[in-house]
Design a protein. Structure first.
Length: 123
């Protein structure tokens, strides 16, 4: 009894595998036939050719996006005062020694006057 159940089970497994292999072979054959036909059949492709001429470009291209700088620099000021004039715009090219901004000088001028007064009194 047990042998017959095992035999039937094995026989059914073998049948399923052989059927699955046949389907794979059929699909492989059909893919091969399609590949062969595509190589044998000549396909015509229509191509348009246009000459390129030097001329004035009359169309304008508008595009939205975001540019990111390759390098960033932190610019520390030696003083902590309010910026009253910014000499460059965001993204501008700058050179070494170029003035970038001007800070409020009232406090420093007052401090300088006070120091001069103390110096004169000390003489």
């Amino acid at each position: 009894m047990m042998r017959s159940i095992i035999s039937i089970g094995l026989l059914s497994i073998i049948t399923i595998f052989s059927y699955a292999c046949r389907e794979t072979e059929k699909s492989d054959r059909s893919e091969m036939n399609i590949a062969k036909k595509s190589q044998i059949e000549k396909q015509t492709v229509n191509v348009m050719v246009q000459s390129v001429n030097v001329d004035i470009f009359l169309q304008e291209l508008n595009s939205n996006g975001q540019l990111i700088a390759r390098e960033k620099a932190v610019i520390p000021f030696k003083v902590q005062e309010q910026i009253i004039d910014l000499k460059v715009n965001n993204g501008s090219r700058v050179k070494k020694g170029q003035v970038l901004a001007q800070v409020e000088s009232f406090q420093y001028k007052k401090t300088l006057r006070d120091c001069r007064d103390q110096f004169e009194k000390a003489r």
